[in-house]
Design a binder for this molecule. Structure first.
Ligand SMILES: [Cu+2]
Length: 142
């Protein structure tokens, strides 16, 4: 029996739950958001996000739980803006998303709705003081 397993047993914690705690420093961005996390990336940031409800469906309002992770030497994020558009159609959503801080580098965007099928892009503007850096993720919608 490994040391970690023995420790988990002593603490009455299932090994599968105990191991990620031990590896928390190395976990990928957004791991705590749960299953189905997707990521958008810019030069200096990774934005992990998870739609709720998932998957995103045409005509159904959804929220995004997001976590912003600076890459090496990037300044800590101070805010996040979220929007979406369809590049081929040159239009955005009919709604403006609101973003609230959820503590640390986590945010919740609410009020998104994709009103037609096709290729959408979710646009994350990461604010770090006066600087803004954009991370974009394609979302094809049937
Ligand atoms: Cu469109």
């Amino acid at each position: 029996m490994s040391g970690a397993r023995a420790l988990a047993r002593r603490l009455a914690v299932p090994p599968l739950l105990a191991l990620p705690l031990a590896a928390a420093a190395a976990e990928p961005c957004g791991a705590r958001l749960g299953a189905g996390v997707e990521r958008a990336e810019s030069a200096r940031y990774v934005v992990a996000f998870r739609p709720a409800p998932a998957p995103i469906a045409v005509g159904r309002a959804f929220a995004l739980d997001a976590e912003v992770c600076p890459k090496r030497a990037a300044p800590r994020p101070t805010g996040l803006r979220v929007d979406a558009h369809m590049p081929e159609h040159r239009h955005g959503m009919n709604y403006r998303a609101t973003v609230a801080s959820a503590g640390g580098a986590r945010y919740r965007a609410e009020g998104l709705l994709f009103h037609m099928p096709g290729r959408w892009q979710i646009v994350f503007d990461v604010e770090a003081g006066a600087e803004v850096e954009r991370a974009v993720r394609d979302v094809p919608l049937e």
